[in-house]
Every structure is written in C-alpha cells, then in structure tokens.
Design a protein around this ligand. Structure first.
Ligand SMILES: [Zn+2]
Length: 362
C-alpha cells in the first residue's frame, strides 16, 4: 500500500533543489534580528508576521521589477560575515528539515560588499555557514549536501571577476556560476568573457534565461554562451505548437533543448508571482514534463514566494495529478543535472533517492 501523497509525506521524500537564492530564503525573524544587529532601519516593519506578509505581498505584485525590490531589504541586512554565516547556516538547516538531500544555493557576492567586505570574504562566510548548517542538521539526523553557485548580476560589469571567484573556490564548496537580474536589455552575451573563462577552466554554469524574456534569451544562453542549464527557461513553450488533437510540434530550439537534455530549472510558484505564468494549471511545466523535457522543480525564493520544496511539489501533484513516480522523476532529473561529480550524483540517486521513493511507493 503506497503512502498517501500530501504535504507531510512529501516532506519525508528525498528532494533535490538546483535553483534557490540565498538572499531570497531568509526567515522573517532573522531579517528583523539582523536589521537590529547591523543598524539597518529601512524595513517596512519589525513585526515578524507582518514582515513575512509584506514580502509575500510585494512578491505577488505581478511585476519582476517590484519583486526584485524586496531583495533590497534582505541584501541590506547581509553585509557582515556574521550575518552571512547565520543566513547560510539557517538555509542549510531549513532545506534539510524540508527533506532536501542535495541543494545548489546561489547568491551574488558583489551585492554583499557595501560594508567593506572583500568578495573572497563574502564567499568564505557563506561557505562556512553552509558547513555549520549542514553539521547542525546532521546532528538532528537530517543529511543534506549543499553546493554553492556564485551569481553575477547581469546589469553590472563584474561577471568575469565573479567567474574567477567561482573557479577559485570550486574545491571548497562552490560548484558553479550563474548570471541573474532583469533580463530585458541585458542579454547574456554581455558576459561572454566570463562564460568562456568558466568553460576554459572546465567549470559549470547556468544562466537565468527565458523567465520574463522569450526565445532569443534562451537561444543566446545556449548557443552563444554554452550554458549547461537554464534558470527557468519557461518561455521555451513559445517554440512548441500544441495541435487540437493534443499532439505537439517542436521548433528547432525546443527540439535542441529536449534532445540535448538541457535541464530546465523551473520555479512555478515564483513564476506566478512575477507574472511569467497566470496559474499553476496553466504553467508550462505541465506540458514540458509531459513532453519529457529535462524538467526540475525549484523554489527560487522561499521567503518572497512563501514556498518550500515540499509545498511546491505537493501543489504540482494536486494540480497535475502527479504521483510518487512523477516526484521521483523530477528528483532524479535534478540530481542528474547537478554540478557535482558523476560518482556523487549516482550515489545520491542509488543510495538515497531511489530507496526513499521505493519506501513511499511500497
Ligand atoms: Zn532565480
């Protein structure tokens, strides 16, 4: 008799998260604490529940620009080494408590130097925080492996520097590189030198593409920049025609993405909040999963969207009728697409993920 699929049982299922922003996942209480500790006075309120609601409301505005404004506050309180260690440690603990067994958490070092920290010190504080949080979770019997992605901001000009930092710390916790920020007007090709550097160093990178912006952004990310994965990539549906009889015709770019098994880091709830999709039922993840694209499920920003991996997966199961086999498929897809070595990915799939889902389906 298989275990019923609901929020509680999904929490017990092993999950893999590839797209989660460190500055988008703070606990509201931590934002208030840190603001007080560092003398940050710009918070809309210091009442913890009210602050949580404020983040969610701002995220719900339907505008990517407004959504990105909420990060002013989280980044504002993450300017000291102590704050970065705490936020990263709590991130690892929160994910582990939610049943995430492997996570790649990303952040932009260049946003955390306002109080005088060097870029390297920022990275070291975050890596230390992940170690602390992972150890604390292990003490409670929750095993998680956290890899870090360093993000460069696409409107800025520090991407080459950040790429070098990602390579420098690749043996101590950084597993890849990314660019993020407003897509319109800032094509990924502005950062070609950074991507070329990472490729020359045999490193890995993903690019936020095809979230608010369409196919040209996805095409540039893959065919000019050589991205290993696509952050979001939802607009790839613009290159797919669904006929009246339910059959689908793929354009050349969509076919390339599916044929080459390019991982799509999909974040459905986040897309609803930024206006990239109108409802979960209409979200392209349903079609893309049905067409067997390499779809993965992610949280993006747990604070702003008030989501967790368990809640995201449960909502998808309710909306699309997914069962344990489907949740396992998303999880194995994500694990296969992770930036850690093949042997480690295989071990997590064979020793943790498959036994975990087998127990739930037994
Ligand atoms: Zn993102």
């Amino acid at each position: 008799m298989a275990v019923d699929l609901n929020l509680e049982t999904v929490r017990d299922a092993p999950k893999v998260l590839l797209h989660d922003h460190l500055d988008g996942g703070l606990r509201p209480a931590t934002v208030v604490d840190l603001a007080e500790a560092v003398g940050y006075s710009a918070l809309p309120t210091t009442d913890v529940p009210a602050l949580g609601r404020w983040f969610l409301e701002a995220a719900h505005s339907g505008s990517l620009v407004r959504y990105l404004e909420t990060f002013g506050h989280t980044v504002g309180v993450m300017q000291t080494a102590d704050a970065l260690v705490r936020v990263a440690a709590e991130c690892a603990e929160d994910l582990a408590d939610d049943g995430v067994v492997y996570a790649e958490v990303r952040f932009a070092p260049e946003l955390h130097v306002e109080a005088g920290l060097e870029l390297a010190a920022v990275v070291e504080a975050v890596l230390e925080g992940f170690r602390v949080g992972t150890a604390r979770a292990a003490e409670r019997g929750r095993r998680i492996r956290v890899g870090c992605l360093l993000t460069a901001m696409r409107h800025a000009a520090r991407s080459r520097e950040i790429a070098e930092l990602a390579i420098r710390y690749r043996d101590t916790g950084v597993v890849g590189f990314d660019i993020a920020g407003a897509e319109a007007g800032f094509p990924p090709t502005r950062h070609l030198d950074a991507f070329e550097y990472v490729r020359q160093q045999n490193g890995h990178f993903t690019i936020h593409a095809g979230e608010a912006f369409g196919l040209p952004s996805i095409w540039e990310a893959l065919q000019w920049c050589g991205a290993d994965r696509l952050g979001h990539g939802v607009r790839i549906v613009d290159d797919i025609t669904v006929d009246d009889d339910g059959g689908a015709t793929l354009g050349r770019l969509a076919a390339y993405v599916r044929d080459m098994r390019i991982p799509l880091e999909m974040c459905p709830t986040s897309n609803l909040h930024t206006g990239a999709a109108r409802s979960l039922a209409e979200h392209p993840i349903g079609l893309l999963a049905k067409l067997r694209f390499r779809v993965t499920v992610n949280t993006d920003n747990r604070l702003m969207s008030d989501v967790s991996m368990s809640r995201e997966m449960t909502a998808l199961a309710e909306t699309f009728g997914y069962g344990w086999a489907d949740l396992q498929w998303f999880t194995v897809n994500a694990m296969k697409s992770a930036f850690i070595g093949f042997d480690e990915r295989l071990a997590l799939i064979d020793d943790v993920i498959k036994p975990g889902y087998a127990a739930l389906q037994a």
